[in-house]
Ligand binder design. Structure first.
Ligand SMILES: [Zn+2]
Length: 346
C-alpha cells in the first residue's frame, strides 16, 4: 500500500476527530466552530480554542496558536513535521478501505458523532418534524409548497422524503432536546429536511425562509440553511438506496431529492450535506459496492473544491459539474435532468 501524502491524510482525517481524540467532547459548538479549553496556554475560563469545521483548522483566540492536523500534532508533542506525518500514517488506519471497521473502531477514534442523537433528541425532533409535515400540506404551508414547485419537487417525492414546513421561528431550551440547559435550540421558519438512517433521526436541516415567506438569499458569511443543534452527520439518502450499480453524490439534500425523483432507476443517490463535509469512515463502507460514484457538486468554488477533495478518496469517483449552478438551477432553466443523468453513464 502506497504511503499517503499529507493532502490525502487531510482529506481523510478531519481535524475535529483528532482533537476529539485528544481532548474529548468540545465545551461548546457554534455553527461551524467547536470550542475547547486551549491546551497550549493556561486556559480554564472561557474555551479559547476554536476548531473551524469548514476550513479544518484550529485557532486559539487567546494565545494565537493555529494550524492544521499536522501543526496540532507537532505543537502537542514537540516533534517535527516528518514525525507527525509518520504518526498519522501509522496511528490512524482509517485510510484504507477494507480494514476500516474493526481496526478503526478498536483504535481511539470513537467519536460520539458516530452514533445517532439521544432518544430524547430524536423524540423531540420527530415531534417537530411531524408538526412541520402536517403544516406543509395545510393552508399555512403555502410558501413551502411554492418552493417545492419552484424546485420541481413533486408532492409524492416530498412525502417520500418526509419534508415539512415550519411556519414560525421557534426558540427552545436545549434541555428539552436532551442538550445542556444553557444551550438554545433554534428552529427557523422554513422547509424542514430530515435525515434518517433506518429508523433513527440523525439530523434536521432547515432551509431558512425570510419574513415575506421566501427562502432567504445567500448572504456572505451567513448560511441559507440551519442544522438543528444536536444533529449528527450522516450519509443523507441511504434509506432510499435501491440497490443500483452506480451512485450519484450531490451537494445538497434538495438536489438529492430532485435527482432521486428523476433518476432513481439509474442511480442510488446520496449527499454528505454540504461541499465541505468529509465522508466519515463508517459511511464510506456503504459506498464500496458501487461500480461508479459520480460526484455532481455545485459549479461554485466550494463545490469544485469539495469534489476534488473527495476524488482523492477513490479511483471509482468521477467528478461532473452540473450543467447549471446546481441541479435545481438546471431544472429551473428547463434542462432535462432525466436525460442528463442518463447521459452521465453513457
Ligand atoms: Zn491558547
Amino acid at each position: 500500500m502506497p504511503l499517503l501524502s499529507k493532502d490525502e491524510i487531510k482529506v481523510r482525517l478531519p481535524l475535529e476527530k483528532v482533537v476529539e481524540n485528544d481532548l474529548g467532547t468540545p465545551e461548546k459548538r457554534y455553527s461551524n466552530w467547536l470550542h475547547y479549553f486551549c491546551p497550549f496556554h493556561k486556559n480554564t475560563h472561557t474555551p479559547a480554542l476554536g476548531i473551524n469545521l469548514r476550513t479544518d483548522t484550529f485557532k486559539c483566540f487567546s494565545c494565537g496558536k493555529q494550524g492544521d492536523i499536522f501543526t496540532w500534532h507537532i505543537l502537542r508533542n514537540n516533534v517535527d513535521f516528518k514525525a507527525s506525518l509518520t504518526y498519522y500514517r501509522t496511528q490512524f488506519p482509517l485510510l484504507e478501505q477494507v480494514s476500516l471497521s474493526t481496526q478503526y473502531q478498536k483504535k481511539s477514534l470513537q467519536v460520539s458523532w458516530n452514533k445517532p442523537p439521544s432518544q430524547i433528541w430524536q423524540a423531540q425532533g420527530n415531534t417537530f418534524l411531524e408538526r412541520s409535515q402536517i403544516c406543509l400540506w395545510s393552508k399555512k404551508g403555502v410558501h413551502g409548497r411554492k418552493e417545492l414547485e419552484h424546485r420541481g419537487i413533486e408532492r409524492a417525492t416530498a412525502q417520500a422524503w418526509g419534508l415539512g414546513y415550519n411556519p414560525v421561528w421557534i426558540k427552545q431550551s436545549g434541555e428539552k432536546w436532551g442538550l445542556d440547559k444553557e444551550q438554545t435550540v433554534w428552529l427557523p421558519k422554513g422547509l424542514v429536511i430530515p435525515a434518517f438512517m433506518d429508523a433513527d433521526l440523525w439530523y434536521l436541516k432547515i432551509r431558512i425562509f425570510g419574513r415575506q415567506g421566501m427562502p432567504v438569499k445567500k448572504v456572505k458569511g451567513k448560511s441559507k440553511y440551519l442544522q438543528v443543534l444536536g444533529s449528527r452527520p450522516v450519509l443523507f439518502g441511504k434509506n432510499h438506496f435501491s440497490g443500483q450499480e452506480n451512485l450519484l453524490l450531490a451537494e445538497s439534500e434538495l438536489d438529492v431529492i430532485l435527482a432521486w425523483q428523476e433518476g432513481r432507476h439509474i442511480f442510488d443517490l446520496a449527499s454528505l450535506g454540504g461541499a465541505g463535509k468529509h465522508l466519515s469512515t463508517q459511511w464510506m463502507v456503504h459506498l464500496l459496492s458501487y461500480r461508479k460514484i459520480i460526484l455532481a457538486y455545485d459549479a461554485d468554488i466550494a463545490g469544485r473544491k469539495g469534489a476534488e477533495n473527495l476524488k482523492l478518496l477513490s479511483k471509482r469517483l468521477q467528478v461532473f459539474t452540473p450543467p447549471a449552478e446546481d441541479l435545481c438551477a438546471f431544472y429551473q432553466e428547463g434542462g432535462d435532468l432525466k436525460k442528463w443523468l442518463q447521459d452521465l453513464l453513457a
